[in-house]
Design a protein around this ligand. Sequence first.
Ligand code: AMP
Length: 247
Amino acid sequence: MRLILLGPPGAGKGTQSQQLVEKYGIVQLSTGDMLRAAVKAGTPVGQKAKDIMARGELVPDDVVVAIVADRIDQPDAKNGFILDGFPRTVPQAEALDLMLKAKGTQLDGVIELKVDEDALLRRIESRVAESKARGVTLRADDNPDVLAQRLKAYREQTSPLVAYYAGKGALRSVDGMASIPAVTAAINGLLNGSKEKGPAKTRRPRRKDGSVRDGADQPGAGRRSAAAKIARKTANLGALTRGKAGN
Ligand code: AMP
């Protein structure tokens, strides 16, 4: 299964990804985590990303796309993955489409966690305050000013992806303001629904009494059986001219 979780910072993408990882045995690919690891390790990518991330802005598309292209090629991603925090711009989404196409695969769905921005800010602020009170080290970009910038980046650069994926018929939305278990249940409902839907079954036509019509009494059936007779005759004719009488 290959999924994207879409939503602004603090919408619960990370939390929901973990639930999906356990349920479906796929890996969570968080570009934020990968970039933070690169910053910590002091790699060239990390050095490039450090200040941009600290300001709450987006790291250039080519940098992030290269990281993801590498990561989805790893053996643990073969089974499937959840992209958390990627794509964040339309060019990233287009690059992802090309990457998957080149691998002969495609996305199974894009799940949008719909949230109310004001409520989200309050939620994040209280989360930050709780973490501080517990003595947990905060991320460099977990402060009100940077959060406002991260939300602005989402609104301006990432939210167009909602229309992008809706246009492809891939977007499914859930209420991200509900409780964590309720959001998990809603996501599972969507995923099971899309699995169960499968290819459309052919409905066999029935008579008024409920019995199945075998086709002989359907409109056009006479024409079809006449055509079948002609086809059989020509086949026999071909066999006769080759010296094999109709077997
Ligand atoms: P996150 O942990 O997803 O909130 O990401 C933290 C920060 O990493 C973001 O504010 C961006 O600076 C950077 N980042 C993560 N993913 C991307 C991405 N797909 N495109 C650009 N920047 C990203």
